[in-house]
Design a protein around this ligand. Structure first.
Ligand code: OAD
Ligand code: ZN
Length: 406
């Protein structure tokens, strides 16, 4: 039996952090309750039973363990509940940097902030103390108009063909939404930038309002009378909980999954990375990425905490396919094998042309709305509805430590 996700510590953690807590054993001892531990034990028992040949080996459903085998599985109608899982690598070709790629990744470009460690920029405790590095780093992404990539549109095609069970993304750029993927078919595991909330009084602020402040080099601060809280976009920071819907959907979806496609992620952040092992043992897993990470976790303690990894290079690999490629290229290759290539190219062309017009209009509207302002960015009126204003007044004494909204 796979680990029940209820036994998953739902707080977002970098793998490095998780490794060190493994090494000392302290953090896990504190966080994993007895009941949860017994579920993990069950998983471990099952894992070793399989490893020792005490269970029948899982059935191989792929005719060949490669991209062609995956395409055949789909075209023969044997993959109708596909789950896609994505990370920052699906948006790099749109112009949004990832986190861990050497030189270009965000974590390699933070020296000027003198952070205790690169991840601090996305850690909730640090943000409360000093939000400047976060907004400086994120400004370009929040302000920019980015177009979804062919990979995003490939996922949309899967949904339009009725093959997508769910898309799980760690990205907060909302490019999946821009690409037209139905939000119900999506799980934005690390939240999204679409709205923000005051850390003190929980008042809600629109993305547009935050954008306007950042355009003027301001830090978004609450405009409710007497409140000076910082506005935090509704994304999940290190040290915060993932949305409740994440755990619910993982429980609901993964047992049904008949093909898992993992795109553009280093699989370094938990709990997202470990759900790759929540699919049934037979389910093929296709991983398209520039580098091969997330391979077999051999150490029993790693297995206990993170579940087994991939078997790309093992002799007994019957389901794990690694394609070392840019996500767009990998998706085009798969689309071509499926005979969908032209359709995908047309879709990308059409949607990009539409977005070019939209972005131009938005820029024009912004330029037209600009009148000389003598006030500072922070004094700009808050764009909230009267109902929200009432809520703000009621919530005036609400303190910080607000958990991420589902
Ligand atoms: P990473 O930067 O850790 O990993 C991106 C992966 O995509 C790397 O393995 C790259 O080699 C690969 N890659 C980059 N461009 C690619 C391309 N065009 N095609 C294919 N692969 C490409 O980003 P994530 O795995 O998304 O969390 O990181 C996970 C989380 O760590 C993020 O959600 C963020 C970060 O800290 C928070 O901020 C809380
Ligand atoms: Zn406030």
């Amino acid at each position: 039996m796979m680990t029940d996700s209820k036994s998953i510590d739902n707080t977002i953690k970098d793998d490095k952090h998780a490794d060190s807590s493994l090494a000392t054993g302290q953090e896990n001892k504190e966080k994993v309750s007895k009941k949860e531990f017994s579920k993990d034990q069950e998983y471990l028992k099952e894992y070793f039973a399989k490893a020792l040949g005490l269970r029948p080996p899982p059935k191989q459903v792929l005719s060949t363990v490669d991209m062609e085998g995956i395409a055949k599985l789909i075209s023969e109608g044997k993959a109708k509940n596909i789950i896609t899982m994505a990370g920052a690598g699906i948006s790099t070709s749109a112009g949004i940097p990832d986190f861990r790629s050497p030189k270009t990744g965000l974590y390699d470009n933070l020296e000027k902030f003198n952070l205790p460690n690169p991840q601090a920029v996305f850690s909730i405790d640090y943000f409360k103390e000093n939000p400047v590095p976060y907004f400086t780093v994120r400004k370009e992404m929040i302000l920019g108009n980015f177009k979804p990539t062919p990979c995003h549109y490939f996922i949309r095609m899967l949904s339009e063909k009725g093959l997508l069970l769910r898309h799980y993304t760690q990205n907060i750029d909302a490019l999946e939404r821009t690409a037209g993927i139905d939000p119900d078919l999506m799980m934005e595991a690390h939240g999204s930038n679409r709205v923000g909330h005051c850390l003190n009084c929980s008042s809600e602020y629109s993305h547009k309002w935050i954008k306007d402040i950042l355009r003027k080099d301001g830090i978004p601060k609450c405009t409710v009378e007497g409140c000076t809280g910082t506005i935090k976009p509704d994304t999940v920071f290190f040290g915060e909980q993932l949305p409740k819907r994440f755990t619910e959907l993982v429980d609901q979806d993964f047992d049904k999954c008949d093909l898992l496609i993992i795109l553009g992620t280093s699989l370094k952040v938990q709990p997202f990375a470990r759900i790759t092992s929540r699919v049934p043992d037979e389910t093929p897993r296709l991983y398209i990425n520039l580098e091969k990470t997330g391979t077999e976790a051999n150490h029993p303690l790693c297995v206990l905490v993170f579940g087994g990894g991939f078997k790309f290079d093992d002799e007994d690999n019957y389901r794990d396919v690694f394609v070392e490629a840019a996500c767009d290229d990998g998706c085009y290759r798969l689309a071509d094998l499926l005979g969908w290539g032209d359709e995908l190219r047309d879709l990308v062309k059409r949607e990009h042309a539409k977005l070019d017009v939209e972005f131009e209009e938005e820029e024009r509207a912004w330029a037209a709305s600009q009148i000389p302002v003598s006030t500072t960015a922070n004094q700009k009126p808050c764009q909230i509805t009267p109902q929200q204003k009432n809520k703000n007044i009621k919530n005036k004494n609400v303190t910080s430590n607000r958990k991420q909204k589902p």
